[in-house]
Design a protein around this ligand. Structure first.
Ligand SMILES: C[S@@+](CC[C@H](N)C(=O)[O-])C[C@H]1O[C@@H](n2cnc3c(N)ncnc32)[C@H](O)[C@@H]1O
Length: 681
């Protein structure tokens, strides 16, 4: 036995040994029994027992294949051909382990569920191999390990390539990733080489927000894997999300501004999380009814703010991973009441027909941990119990009119998942400010009284926050500064690589105060630019854009060959692997060199491989004679005769020196690509 630490532990750390946690919580069970979530008859008790049984079972490992659709199908074929057959009829210590199954409601059969305990997956050789595949493909951004029910909200949003989407509570970002993919798929961005030709059709933008700066960084990590020029990460309290100002699209006046309104809004709000008991088993110890009560007001404010920011005709999804009606139906009912005829609940019963679900509840109780029932906010209550008038069910008539049954409840026993709640709302007309304000008046929190939310229609362009050294208000992130198109260094880089005039050269930016390209040069879509330039002192920008060019030390090359002229024969900016797919169709053909798979093996195996190490008469060796010194792009088609590899078109930046040709990829990326192409680790 290891030495036991005597250090006191607190909070989560106290539960590090999960075996110590007893999967029982009397308060939880009594609370939900009293809520009658399955009705009040003989069958409902059975249903409740089944729920409790499922909550105690480990959650299956689930993942979805992501990326652009064509690539997704290639990876699916690869997975089904090279992994699934070896996972049939596997036994571990005398117990049969079920093979991965397709999640039936997920579109295009691209999501899988593996109902095996984590320890088994780690120990049984065929599952261990699968685990390695999942880790590596997850890192590469090709698959996403995500709880099945968490994949649901983006599927209801029906995204189109031109949509402006606000993801209000986005970290760690698995749903944001789905939103980006949905936009790309709808734009028929299918092939790594031809994708970028569709750049102009990708007018859409996703703004991903999270209030917690540390979690916003997790979001950045998730999004970075997707190399999308159509995402912007911001850091705000979603309930007071600032208006984003852009130049008016309907006015010829250059200075006329308007508030950006979104086609789609997702509010996957912070919640008590009691649908995740199977994953977060420490909740068995920590669950408390008061947590739902104290989250309700914030959840409602987030929902209302989302509706304010939604375009008329737009859709918003409100979701939680809680089963508690106080965090679910009560919030939706209160928002519908506050917005009157302007917002309606959408009937989603026909969407994802294979998804089993129950209708929204029309009756519930407001209770605390002691199961003390309250009938109004005026009832006397302990200090730690929050009560608000919006927590109680409305009259049956009112809720019937609202169609509260259109909310969807997903329980663990339905399809062996976590618990989840979803409501989809449509904005039928502009909200009436006085009704929403009346709701806000009920919220007694003093800080909210000070933070009056912006009216729907008024455009305030005032700069409310002090500017810090980075120029990006009170938030200490490096600023986003667009490079002037006549900046000499960026025009010489563009000219050197023969950048097509059709490419929007004025969309390059840097992350420094001076606005000069000293290290990395980024690119993002045109709406991104408008937002950055018009909101620098009102929005906390965290991340966005794809790295296109990076400064490279060329002094060794210049020393080795004195006749080389900078920006004529050689450029001190190389093309970065993040942006290579997007920029490639716009570059001069002379920077491309074809390669065979054997060439790729050498590039991945060695740092700075010498030219004589590449196969004689191979494409790369032959092509290397024509390569310019410095950055070039290697182009390969990874497909073998027996079809054992994923069929992929690959573009990789390399650095050509007099005697070597080196792959410009981070070590981890190299390893992942190697595993994907050659099955080597
Ligand atoms: C349920 S999680 C979101 C999960 C995320 N949608 C995903 O799929 O990965 C809720 C998130 O809300 C964030 N959050 C909490 N309070 C918030 C607020 N007032 N405004 C915005 N985000 C908030 C938390 O930091 C947390 O990351």
């Amino acid at each position: 036995m290891g030495k036991k630490s005597n250090k006191p532990t607190q909070g989560k750390r106290a539960y590090n040994d999960k075996r110590e946690i007893v999967l029982e919580n009397e308060k939880f069970e009594s609370y939900y029994r009293k809520q009658n979530i399955f009705g009040n008859n003989a069958e409902s008790e059975n249903e409740f027992q089944t729920l409790m049984e499922f909550l105690k079972k480990p959650l299956p490992t689930t993942f979805r294949i992501c990326g652009y659709l064509q690539h997704a199908f290639e990876l699916k074929n690869h997975f089904e051909k090279h992994y699934i057959p070896q996972l049939q009829n596997v036994e571990f210590e005398g117990t049969a382990i079920p093979a991965p199954e397709i999640i039936p409601w997920y579109p295009n059969q691209l999501a899988y569920s593996i109902d095996a305990k984590k320890e088994i997956i780690r120990k049984s050789p065929p599952f261990k191999r699968l685990q390695r595949f999942l880790v590596s493909e997850n890192e590469a951004g090709n698959i996403n390990r995500q709880e099945a029910v968490s994949m649901l909200p983006p599927l209801f949003l029906d995204l189109l390539p031109h949509h402006l989407v606000l993801d209000m509570c986005a970290a760690p970002g698995s749903k944001t990733a789905q939103l980006i993919e949905a936009i790309y798929n709808q734009a028929h961005v299918k092939d790594a080489v031809k994708d970028s030709a569709n750049l102009s059709s990708l007018q859409g933008l996703i703004i991903a927000n999270d209030a917690d700066p540390k979690r916003a960084q997790m979001l950045v990590h998730q999004i970075n894997r997707l190399n999308s020029p159509n995402v912007l990460v911001v850091n705000h309290d979603a309930s007071t999300m600032p208006n984003v100002i852009i130049p008016s699209s309907s006015s010829d006046e250059a200075n006329e501004k308007e508030i950006l309104k979104y086609d789609r809004v997702l509010a996957d709000v912070p919640c008590s999380g009691d649908g995740t008991f199977r994953k977060n088993i420490s909740l068995w110890k920590d669950w408390s009814a008061t947590s739902g009560l104290s989250l309700h007001p914030l959840q409602l404010r987030i929902l209302i703010r989302g509706l304010q920011l939604l375009k008329v005709g737009g859709y918003m999804v409100y979701s939680t991973c809680s089963m508690n009606p106080i965090e679910n139906e009560a919030v939706v009912c209160a928002a519908l009441k506050a917005t009157g005829e302007s917002v309606s609940l959408v009937d989603i019963s026909e969407k994802l027909p294979e998804l089993k679900r129950e209708s929204g509840l029309s009756n519930w109780k407001v209770m605390d941990d002691t199961l003390q029932e309250y009938s109004s906010p005026e009832d006397s209550h302990p200090e730690n119990v929050t009560l608000a008038s919006t927590m109680w069910p409305l009259s049956m008539d009112e809720m019937k009119k609202q169609h509260i049954e259109r909310c969807a409840r997903i329980y663990p026993q339905h399809q062996n998942t976590g618990g989840f709640f979803i409501a989809m709302l449509k904005k039928e007309s502009p909200l009436q400010a006085h009704r929403v304000d009346a709701l806000k008046k009920q919220d007694e929190r003093p800080e909210l009284k000070r933070q009056k939310l912006d009216n729907e229609a008024s455009v305030s362009t005032s700069a409310p926050q002090p500017v810090t050294k980075t120029g990006n208000n009170y938030f200490d992130e490096e600023p986003f500064v667009y490079i002037k198109p006549d900046d000499e260094s960026i025009s010489s880089v563009s000219n050197f690589y023969g950048l097509d005039p059709k490419f929007p050269r004025d969309h390059f930016f840097v992350r420094n105060q001076s606005g000069t390209p000293t290290r990395s040069v980024y690119f993002a879509c045109s709406l991104f630019k408008k937002i950055i330039e018009n909101n620098i002192n009102r929005v906390k920008f965290v991340h966005g854009g794809v790295r296109f060019f990076v400064k490279q030390d060329i002094s060794p090359l210049l020393k080795s060959n004195e006749s080389l002229e900078v920006n004529k024969d050689i450029c001190n900016f190389r093309i970065h692997s993040d942006g290579v797919n997007i920029i490639s169709p716009y570059l001069d053909e002379k920077f491309f060199c074809d390669a065979d798979l054997e060439d790729l093996k050498i590039l991945m195996k060695y740092d700075y491989p010498r030219l004589e190490q590449f196969p004689e008469n191979g494409k790369l060796k032959v092509g290397s004679e024509k390569m310019v010194f410095g950055c070039n792009i290697v182009r390969a088609h990874a497909k073998t005769e027996d079809g054992s590899l994923t069929d992929m078109r690959i573009l990789l930046p390399v650095w050509r020196s007099p005697n070597s040709c080196n792959l410009m990829l981070a070590r981890k990326e190299k390893q992942n690509l190697e595993l994907e192409l050659f099955g080597m680790d």
